[in-house]
Design a protein around this ligand. Structure first.
Ligand code: ADP
Ligand code: ZN
Ligand code: ZN
Length: 735
């Protein structure tokens, strides 16, 4: 038998792949790129992906180990997906084995067989006009079920009151047989008709239909409530008619039952879902439904962008500006950017939708690189909300509210409407302080103050999760004059309950809504209607359609106005516009009140008077002047270590490495500029000191050559084992 080795990508951080001998007795022709194998790696047992085979290796014979098992005959990952994974590994300077982990669901990563997604069920084998002689109503009812539907999962039968014995009985009559199969997504019996589009929607739809069948990036910039979703639905319909599949990506908290229902009730094709609320088995099922072409529409959050879809015809990314599309640990990829790469490979259009597009996407649209389609009016009879800045400078305040704001709330409640109070701060108060000596409760492990929580009472660090009991006397001066300063959602909820004792007040934040189920229940409740006050964080802000909310109050927009991050204003403006967009989405006009200490802030005024697009244009001008993204490409090296000196030194070293490399190889390339190293805005978090080095370049290629050299050198750097570091390509924040 001739000698060969298998090139295997393993989920380890090293930027390389590994040679193994084949499983004993197996031939070179047994191995194909994309199969899973089990390999012994150090003291671990890992599942890796075959990238290919070779007849030579640089590994000495006595160091070569055989693979323990080959798990697939048919490759699990296609050639096309392998090349996307290689692109991603190069672009993010990440191990290809780690990258490939994103392509396969957890159960398969652990070595499970595809059939573990199957469930037992029953299938009708007799014709549906058979007229068997059955005894008992239950038997007859069961048979009736099979006349209506050929395949039924066992769990569906037991949950509707049928027993295993009854099924066995029908099987004995050879009416049905037991099966073991992939559950199919449900299809609505009669799909709802599509809405008649208005002129703008119609035009948008026509423009985008023209792009089907080829790669094209489109920005659908539509004000909140302009009916973007309706355009998505009708575009998807065109894709389905062509026999293709559609992939719809939504933000983490945008995948509400309402959204899903809107898709499910329109189409007579199976819709699969992939989101974080599913268990591993359900994820595998959704993945297989997509991969095997059973599901024709896949709706999912960030990681669904990797799901194989053999007939992909369109990718839609809703709320494309949303931060949850960027993974913030491990492989720091952007699902939006990757969706573009994937669409390019598949030669299909990608539609990015938002009322508040990121400056990157807007820049691409304005420069003509993307098709730019706009919806400027709200759909149906809805009117845009009236926005008002309310100065609270030197104003008397009642529990965090200005008096006119309280009267507005009262008026909307009297009209039997719902009021949304937005405050992006959980807990009771952001600060516990001593009135006597000025002591403040601070986290021992972070450069941060502890947030006071009331339910249950404790002090909580929102950065490292440290928790401790509330103190009632000052640990410094022993004064009992310790008090909560400022407002969090808990305190606002409490105050509003006192101010409006007859109105239900619902708080919506990560502390009240911990599970997807709780979220779903809450939203159903809100949709029942009736006057109420919703107090919440950004959980409430995005994408939701609350027809009865007519007033939105934004309590504290000021934090973002002076952020140290250059994207601070962009993110604040997006959030304000999105929260404001929850008001007046149905027949009733909406009002938005923004309480601020800085009522003359020019950018805030631009946003209120002329809207997000106008502000975005002015922010783009600033970015151009400062040569910041999107006019330059950016990467960031972050280090963290309990030893402050070491953390700092690693970023210093990185700067030197880059400078040396640029001196040697950078000539003729676009200039790479370095900023830092400097401490992160919160220098110490969870006991570790954090430093960062920012790297800019107007050209992607030159930047990536430099980054490649940097990562290789850092990986072989000695003496810094204790320092954790990572490279963030296209970071979405610099905090
Ligand atoms: P967006 O996604 O742009 O915020 P939606 O798609 O949620 O907006 O639409 C907002 C509301 O307008 C929804 O209730 C939707 O049913 C309604 N709507 C959308 N398009 C139309 C239309 N052409 N005619 C009537 N109502 C519409
Ligand atoms: Zn004190
Ligand atoms: Zn902390």
């Amino acid at each position: 038998m001739s000698f060969f080795v298998v090139d295997v990508a393993l989920p380890v951080p090293l930027l390389r792949t590994f040679d193994y001998l084949p499983v004993e007795g197996e031939q070179q022709s047994d191995y194909q790129a994309g199969q899973r194998v089990r390999a012994d790696f150090g003291r671990q047992l890992l599942t890796g992906i075959v990238l290919g085979t070779r007849t030579t290796t640089e590994v000495p014979q006595n160091k070569l180990k055989p693979l323990l098992a080959r798990l697939d005959d048919v490759p699990l990952i296609s050639e096309g997906d392998l090349s996307l994974a290689r692109w991603m590994a190069d672009y993010y300077h990440h191990s290809v084995g780690d990258v490939l982990e994103h392509w396969i669901p957890a159960m398969l990563r652990r070595g499970a067989a595809l059939t573990e997604a199957n469930e037992s069920g029953w299938q009708r084998v007799a014709p549906n006009d058979s007229d068997p002689v059955l005894r008992g109503d239950k038997q007859k009812a069961l048979w009736q079920r099979f006349i209506e539907q050929t395949d039924i999962l066992h769990s569906q039968l037991t949950s509707t009151g049928f027993s295993l014995a009854q099924c066995r009985r029908l099987a004995e009559f050879e009416l049905i047989r037991e099966t073991h199969q992939l559950p199919q997504p449900l299809i609505p019996a009669t799909p709802k008709p599509f809405l008649t589009l208005n002129g703008e929607q119609e035009k948008a739809l026509t423009l985008m239909k023209n792009e089907l069948g080829k790669f094209r990036a489109c920005l659908l910039e539509g004000v909140t409530g302009s009916g973007k979703t309706e355009v998505y639905l009708q575009l998807i319909d065109a894709v389905i008619q062509q026999g293709k599949q559609a992939l719809v990506l939504v933000p983490e908290i945008g995948l509400t039952p309402q959204t899903v229902q809107r898709f499910q009730e329109r189409f007579s094709v199976p819709v699969a879902l992939l989101h974080s609320g599913l268990n591993d088995r359900e994820r595998l099922q959704g993945w297989r439904q997509a991969k095997e072409g059973v599901a024709r529409i896949l709706i999912g959050t960030r990681s669904a962008v990797f799901t194989p879809l053999p007939d992909l015809g369109l990718i839609i990314l809703d709320e494309e500006h949303d931060g949850s599309f960027k993974q913030q640990d491990g492989l720091r990829y952007s699902a939006r950017d990757f969706a573009l790469v994937r669409a390019h490979q598949a030669k299909v259009p990608v539609l990015l939708g938002s009322a508040t597009p990121s400056l990157e996407t807007l820049h691409n649209a304005l420069s003509g690189r993307y098709l730019h389609v706009k919806l400027t009016q709200r759909a149906g009879n809805a009117k845009p909300p009236g926005m008002k800045l309310h100065s609270i400078l030197h104003q008397p305040m009642i529990s965090g509210f200005a008096e006119p704001v309280l009267s507005a709330i009262k008026q909307h409640l009297d009209n039997q409407k719902q009021v949304l109070v937005f405050l992006n701060r959980r807990g009771f108060a952001p600060l516990l302080a001593c009135r006597h000596c000025g002591w403040m409760a601070e986290c021992r492990r972070c450069d941060a103050r502890l947030t006071l929580h009331q339910y249950p009472p404790h002090l909580h660090c929102h950065h490292c999760d440290h928790q401790q009991p509330v103190v009632h006397t000052c640990p410094e001066c022993h004064s009992p004059d310790v008090e909560a300063v400022g407002q969090g959602t808990e305190r606002i909820e409490e105050s509003l309950s006192e101010l409006f004792p007859r109105t239900p007040v619902r708080r919506v934040d990560r502390d009240t809504v911990r599970t997807k189920q709780a979220f779903d229940e809450l939203f159903n409740d809100i949709h029942q209607g009736g006057s109420c006050i919703l107090v919440g964080t950004q959980m409430l802000a995005k994408g939701h359609h609350f027809p009865d909310v007519t007033l939105v109050v934004i309590l504290d927009s000021d934090a973002g106005l002076f952020s140290a991050d250059f994207r601070g204003m962009e993110h604040s403006a997006q959030l304000i516009e999105q929260v404001a967009g929850r008001a007046g989405r149905a027949e009733n006009p909406g009002d938005v009140w923004i309480q601020t200490l800085y009522a003359d802030h020019p950018q805030l005024n631009l946003l209120i008077d002329n809207g997000y697009h106008a502000l975005a244009l002015s922010m783009l001008k600033e970015r151009l002047e400062q040569q910041l993204p999107p006019y330059s490409h950016m990467a960031m090296l972050r280090s963290e270590c309990e030893d402050k000196g070491l953390s700092r030194q690693l970023t210093d070293q990185a700067r030197h490495m880059l400078q040396d490399w640029l001196r040697q190889y950078g000539k003729g390339n676009a200039p790479v500029t370095l900023l830092g190293p400097f401490p992160a805005i919160m220098e110490r978090r969870n006991g570790r000191f954090r430093y960062q080095l920012q790297i800019f370049c107007p050209e992607r290629k030159s930047l990536h050559q430099a980054l490649d050299a940097l990562v290789k050198q850092l990986q072989s750097l000695k003496g810094f084992n204790k320092v954790r570091w990572h490279l963030d390509v296209d970071p979405v924040d610099t905090l």
